[in-house]
Design a protein around this ligand. Structure first.
Ligand SMILES: [Zn+2]
Length: 445
C-alpha cells in the first residue's frame, strides 16, 4: 500500500529550520520512502497509483511524542492543591481503589485522546499495564509502558518489582515493536534503595530503559538533602539508575551540578510545563539542560494535572513558561519547541532511529494539522513563513486532521479508524464512576 501525502507544508524536523512549502511525503508500507517538493515526489515512479491525500492548507509534521503521561480518570476533580497535598488527598487513594479493568479503560481513554490530537508515541507510567498494552496494540499508536513501582512503607498498593518483571516477561516488546515495556520507579521518596537496585538490575537483565520522577518541587529537594544528604539527581545517580536509557520526568529544581550529572550520564528529561505550572512546582531550566546536551522531550503528565493530553497546547505552554521565567523573549522559540515535541522526544525515548522526523527510511509516524481556521490565518510563505509559530501558538489538538503510525492511517479527516469515540467516552464515564465509588468506600473504611 502506497500513500502520497501531497501538497502540504512539510516540517521534516531533520535538524535545519527548513520547510518544504509546498511539499509531499510518500509512504510505502510502514515506511517513508520519499520527502520533497511536490513536483519531485509527483514524478517518483512509486507515486503512480498511490492513494492521494490532498493536504493543501495543512501542516505535515512528525507525530508527537508524549514523553511523560499517566493514564487516569481523575480529570477536574483534584484542583488547587500543591503537589504533595494533592498526591496524599486525591491521587494515592485513587491508586488504592484502582482495578485492572478500570486501569485498562483509563489507558484506552488517554491514548485515544492523545492520538486524535496528533500524539503517535506515549510513555505512560501507570498500573496493571497488560491492559494498556492491549489497548495500545488495538489503537495502533506507539507506547512505552512503565509501571509505577513503589515500596516505601505505606505505598504497598503500587506496582512492585515483581509485577514489573511479569510485564517485561510478556511485553518487553509487543505489537510488532510498537509497544515496549520499561522499568518504572515512582519516586525517590516512594522507593527504597533496595527497589532502586532491583530496578537497575531488571533494566539490565531485559536491556530496557528506566523512567522515574525527580526534582519536581522545592520541598522534595529539601527532603532529599535532609534524608539522604544529597540533592535528588545526585541521589538518583548514587542509586545507580541514571544513564542513556533513563528518562527523568520534571527536573524542575536542578542546580548546575545536577545538570552536569544528567548530561554526563546521557540521561534524558521529560519536561511537563502545564503540570509544573498547575501544581505550582516551578519552571524547569530547559535552556540550560538542552545547552548541556540533554535530550528534553515534552510530556503532558497525567490528565489530572493538565487537564488534557494536547501536545500542541503543551508546546505553547512550554514556550511561554520559558519566556516568562527567564524574561528573555528569545527563549521558547517555535522551532526549538517543535524539536522537543518531535525528534528530541524520540531521542529521549531511544526511538530516534525509527521515528521523530520525516525522512526516508524512518517509519511513517505523521500528523497533519489543518491550518485553514481563522485562528491560523494568514498562512504566509518564503521569508514571511509563519507556520511553525502557528503550530506552537495558534493551533491545538482539535486542528489535527490525520495521523499515521507505522504507515497505518489511525485518524482520517479527524475521525479515528481504530476506535469509536462515543464508545470510548461511555466506557471511560462508567469506569470513572466505578473508581470514585470504590475510592469513597475505601476512604470511609
Ligand atoms: Zn508524573
Amino acid at each position: 500500500m502506497t500513500t502520497l501525502l501531497r501538497n502540504g507544508i512539510v516540517l521534516p524536523m531533520t535538524g535545519g529550520r527548513t520547510l518544504l512549502d509546498p511539499g509531499s511525503v510518500l509512504v510505502e508500507g510502514t515506511d517513508i520512502v520519499a520527502v520533497g517538493p511536490v513536483a519531485e515526489v509527483d514524478t517518483d515512479p512509486r507515486a503512480a497509483g498511490a492513494e492521494v491525500v490532498d493536504l493543501t492548507g495543512h501542516a505535515v509534521l512528525p507525530g508527537l511524542h508524549n514523553c511523560h503521561l499517566h493514564s487516569g480518570l481523575l480529570r477536574g476533580t483534584a484542583e488547587s492543591l500543591s503537589l504533595w497535598d494533592w498526591l496524599k488527598t486525591y491521587v494515592d487513594p485513587a491508586h488504592r481503589a484502582l482495578t485492572p479493568e478500570i486501569a485498562r479503560v483509563a489507558s484506552l481513554h488517554c491514548y485515544a485522546e492523545g492520538l486524535l490530537a496528533g500524539t503517535t508515541s506515549v510513555m505512560d507510567m501507570w498500573r496493571f499495564m497488560e491492559g494498556s498494552a492491549e489497548v495500545a496494540d488495538r489503537l495502533g499508536l506507539r507506547a512505552t509502558l512503565v509501571p509505577y513501582v513503589a515500596d516505601e512503607e505505606g505505598y504497598d498498593y503500587f506496582e512492585t518489582i515483581e509485577t514489573n518483571r511479569r510485564l517485561l516477561e510478556t511485553h518487553a516488546v509487543a505489537a510488532d515493536g510498537r509497544v515496549r515495556s520499561w522499568v518504572g520507579l515512582e519516586h525517590l521518596l516512594y522507593c527504597t534503595p533496595t527497589a532502586f537496585r532491583a530496578a537497575a538490575d531488571l533494566a539490565e537483565e531485559f536491556g530496557t530503559g528506566i523512567h522515574t520522577h525527580s526534582s519536581e518541587s522545592l520541598w522534595e529537594v529539601q527532603e532529599s538533602l535532609t534524608r539522604f544528604g544529597r540533592r535528588p539527581v545526585e541521589e538518583l545517580h548514587n542509586r545507580g539508575v541514571l544513564g542513556e536509557r533513563t528518562v527523568v520526568a520534571h527536573c524542575v529544581w536542578l542546580d548546575d551540578r545536577e545538570i552536569q550529572v544528567l548530561a554526563a550520564t546521557g540521561t534524558s528529561v521529560a519536561h511537563c510545563p502545564c503540570s509544573n505550572m498547575k501544581l505550582s512546582s516551578g519552571p524547569a531550566r530547559v535552556g540550560a539542560m538542552r545547552a548541556a546536551g540533554i535530550a528534553v522531550g515534552l510530556g503532558s503528565d497525567g490528565e489530572k494535572e493538565n487537564n488534557n493530553l494536547d501536545l500542541l497546547e503543551e508546546m505553547k505552554f512550554a514556550s511561554l513558561l520559558q519566556k516568562v521565567t527567564t524574561l528573555d523573549p528569545t527563549t521558547g522559540d517555535p522551532w526549538d519547541v517543535l524539536t522537543m515535541a518531535t525528534i528530541e522526544g524520540a531521542r529521549a525515548l531511544g526511538l530516534d532511529a525509527v521515528t521523530g522526523s520525516l525522512e526516508v527510511g524512518k517509519r511513517a509516524d505523521i500528523a497533519t494539522v489543518d491550518l485553514r481556521g481563522l485562528h491560523t490565518t494568514p498562512i504566509l510563505h518564503g521569508a514571511d513563513q509563519n507556520v511553525p509559530a502557528h503550530l506552537v501558538f495558534s493551533a491545538s489538538g482539535r486542528d489535527v486532521r490525520d495521523v499515521w503510525v507505522d504507515g497505518r492511517r489511525l485518524v482520517a479527516g479527524g475521525q479515528p479508524t481504530t476506535f469509536d469515540v462515543a464508545s470510548v467516552r461511555a466506557e471511560a464515564q462508567a469506569a470513572a464512576e466505578e473508581l470514585f465509588a470504590r475510592r469513597a468506600a475505601l476512604t470511609k473504611s
